[in-house]
Design a protein around this ligand. Sequence first.
Ligand SMILES: [Zn+2]
Length: 259
Amino acid sequence: MTGLRQVTGTAGVLLAPNPGPMTLEGTNTWVLRAPGEDSCVVVDPGPLDEGHLADVAAAGPVAVVLLTHGHADHSAGARRLAELTGAPVRALDSAHRLGEQGLGEGDVVAAAGLELRVLATPGHSADSLSFVLGGQHGGDAAVLTGDTILGRGTSVVVHPDGLLGDYLDSLRRLRELGELIVLPGHGPELPNAGVVAEHYLHHRQARLEQVREALAAGASTPEQVVASVYADVDRSLWPAALLSVRAQLAYLTHQRSGT
Ligand SMILES: [Zn+2]
């Protein structure tokens, strides 16, 4: 009954039934365990969907639940999963925690025979984290990126919570990881974190240049910038593009004033 798909020696994924323009095929709920271990670590329970959460619980016992960030498509099922499994929920934002322990830069989560190293990667949201999974126990080294890097397309800087300057810094950090497999919050896994982070950085710089050009050509509202810069993008994504444009305008203003 569970549709757990094993992606590496230590990481499997259960796809939540919430497909959409922002969530691609749905949210990826990651189930991590060393070979031979009973218990598992769950990253991002996904939405509050009883069928999905029952599948996640059945993949347990669950030692701990981690959140890449607090957006509802990743976190809304966390409380119910904690009820089903008794597992604590750890997140950077205290509003999303269940239990005593927080989660943040430099933390190492040791559970299910694995060690996960926590990187603060703000930008998509202020509370975004990535988790580096070492290559121990025959598993492939990988990084769980939440919505900071997606399996297809590019991500959104959710202004004003997310800041473009932070996002560019986070992408530079992820680029340094090199040949780690990317296990994203939505979409398929990718073979090389360094390559995809570099691609994202190029894309962001290109969009920034287009925004500068649109402003120079007379666009005076964020909506006008979207219509000019995102003309090549499906209109269902324009509300998301508007958030990214607001983030880009804030970034450019901040650069100009040097504050
Ligand atoms: Zn998100």
